[in-house]
Design a protein around this ligand. Structure first.
Ligand code: 9Z3
Length: 321
């Protein structure tokens, strides 16, 4: 079979794969073992009673070839995750930050992915050393102090593909499971709903000689179910629901809550996500969190409000456990 035709399986072959089968048939990431050791040591090093949160951030990729030249990406800059990680650190949490490589990171997000690069903030000091340009000094010093104070409670683990993400998510959830209600899983990463199973993946770069390319992708198994029921059943689980059609947002978020039985769904729309989200739980009306354009311009991130509310709810959950 040609590489191109391998990715063009007929729609009739579509079937839903269960999560265990997924792990049996896909390659774990190269950093899995190292991440396991680092996360286990990090959890073990936290003082008794300190709350722990796994924050996932950024989008997953779905490769089209084993020797990957092209891939399908999921939208996410990593703002939600990186800003939330900062807020959890400020609130006293130890944070495992599972992020898409090269996406935004806590604290450093203010200095990357911008018009200015690192060198724009610096200048030679005339004595063979470097200093921060006067116009940036106050801001850089304040951010640096905040980072220095909190970074010991932050552990970063990176992923790129959907498979990397799912293997790492399972591994870290299993490691957090014994900490029970003390831990929160805050799943802000944008995770692909579709993938090409490794046995159908073209080995080499798909050639254009065969004409148009039609992709056939399988549905990604619903990992929230084993996460909530098996991997980390006592942890406080918060998932995110992203839609672009306002009419679908609440029903889809409710459906996820009913189906997986976890604690909170944070529902947001693509174009308003920076100033408006809803927190949904099974037994209450949606709780709208909203900030004004003016607050946003003055540097107030909505993640401050989201995390403050979730920390409050997590405390209630942990004290009842
Ligand atoms: C989100 O909804 C996040 O809030 C955003 C944040 C990805 C919109 P940014 O990184 O954006 O600040 O640019 N994340 C969850 C998206 C997702 O994939 N949810 C799945 C779904 O909606 C469920 S796990 O079906």
């Amino acid at each position: 079979m040609s590489t191109a035709s391998k990715t063009q399986a007929a729609p009739a072959e579509r079937k839903v794969i269960d999560p265990d089968t997924y792990f049996d048939h896909n390659q774990p990431p190269a950093n899995l073992q190292q991440a396991h050791s680092a996360v286990a040591a990090f959890i073990g090093a936290q003082e008794a009673g300190r709350p722990i949160v796994l924050v996932t951030s950024g989008g997953t990729t779905v490769p089209l070839e084993n020797n990957t030249v092209r891939f399908v990406d999921n939208f996410s800059a990593g703002t939600r995750g990186s800003s939330s990680a900062e807020q959890f650190l400020e609130a006293g949490y130890a944070v495992v930050f599972l992020y898409r490589e090269h996406s935004l990171q806590p604290f450093n997000r203010q200095y990357s992915h911008r018009t200015e690069g690192l060198l724009d903030y610096l200048q030679p000091d005339g004595r063979g050393g470097i200093s921060v340009r006067p116009e940036y000094k106050e801001r850089v010093l304040s951010d640096l102090n905040r980072y220095e104070q909190l970074r010991a409670r932050l552990l970063k683990v990176s992923f790129t593909t959907l498979a990397d993400y799912l293997f790492l998510l399972r591994e870290i959830s299993l490691l957090l499971a014994p900490t029970g209600a003390r831990s929160m899983l805050y799943l802000a990463a944008a995770v692909s709903d579709f993938f090409i199973p490794s046995h159908s993946l073209a080995e080499h770069k798909i050639q254009s000689a065969g004409g148009d390319l039609t992709l056939h992708m399988n549905q990604v198994p619903k990992f929230l179910r084993p996460l909530v029921k098996v991997w980390a059943p006592a942890c406080f689980v918060v998932s995110f629901k992203l839609e672009t059609d306002p009419g679908l947002l609440e029903p889809k978020a409710r459906h996820a809550l009913d189906k997986y039985g976890h604690h909170v769904v944070v529902a947001n729309l693509l174009h308003t996500r920076k100033w408006q989200v809803w927190l949904l739980t099974r037994d209450a009306d949606p709780c709208l969190l909203q900030i004004s354009q003016d607050q946003l311009l003055r540097g107030h991130d909505i993640e401050q409000d989201i995390v403050a509310e979730l920390v409050r709810r997590h405390k209630v959950h942990a004290s009842a456990a």
